[in-house]
Write a protein that binds this ligand. Structure first.
Ligand code: FES
Length: 201
């Protein structure tokens, strides 16, 4: 789930929790304003109502914290995202790959995240239209580290035999999502630089 969806979901959950409390209070106030006697619930019901109210407050506080944390880590992550030197072009032959780390996760929270830079073999490079590609090396199933398999033209996860194609798309096995892609740049003096997560800069 991306940050925008999390914010929407969190705001909706927090809103519903507050709405429940407000409706509960409004009903009691209304009965009292009409001079009516608010019926005393039996002890068990009163306890259940109290627990429901506490749970609503906890949900609202938790969601509020999630929103704040997501926002702050997103801001911090963006600030910390500097271009990272990965390798020299001549250090990596066709069909080879190298691991490197980015200082932020694909959701932009800070913390080292393992990635892989692949130099494709000529036929693969021709069909994909690029010679170097880089992805998160963390499997989207349960987080094992994936490997490039040039003999099979794919990216393989050894934990549960998950397979991604060379565009990072999950094509077989349990991984539910593609590998997040890293934007890279090949400089004129032969350096491959990682710029950050594609779509996040
Ligand atoms: S962790 Fe990669 S397939 Fe399960």
């Amino acid at each position: 789930m991306d940050l925008a969806a999390e914010i929407l979901w969190g705001a909706a959950a927090a809103g519903l929790a507050f709405l429940g409390i407000l409706v509960y209070l409004a009903i009691h106030r209304r009965i009292a304003a009409r001079g009516g006697v608010v019926p005393e619930p039996d002890p068990l019901r009163r306890l259940a109502l109290k627990l429901a109210a506490y749970a609503s407050v906890l949900v609202a506080v938790g969601q509020g914290w999630d929103l704040l944390y997501g926002y702050l880590t997103s801001v911090v992550g963006r600030v910390r995202l500097e271009p990272v030197r990965v390798a020299r072009v001549d250090e990596l032959g066709p069909g080879q790959f190298v691991y490197f780390t980015l200082p932020v996760h694909p959701d932009m929270t800070p913390g080292d995240h393992q990635c892989m830079l692949i130099r494709l073999e000529p036929e693969e490079a021709a069909s994909l239209g690029e010679e170097f590609v880089a992805y998160s090396a963390v499997c989207t199933h349960l987080g094992c580290i994936v490997q490039y398999k040039p003999d099979q033209d794919d990216i393989y996860c050894p934990c549960h035999a998950g397979i991604f194609d060379l565009s990072g798309k999950n094509v077989s096995g349990p991984p539910p999502r593609p590998l997040p892609r890293v934007e890279i740049e090949v400089t004129e003096d032969g350096e491959v630089i990682a710029l950050g997560w594609a779509g996040e800069r």
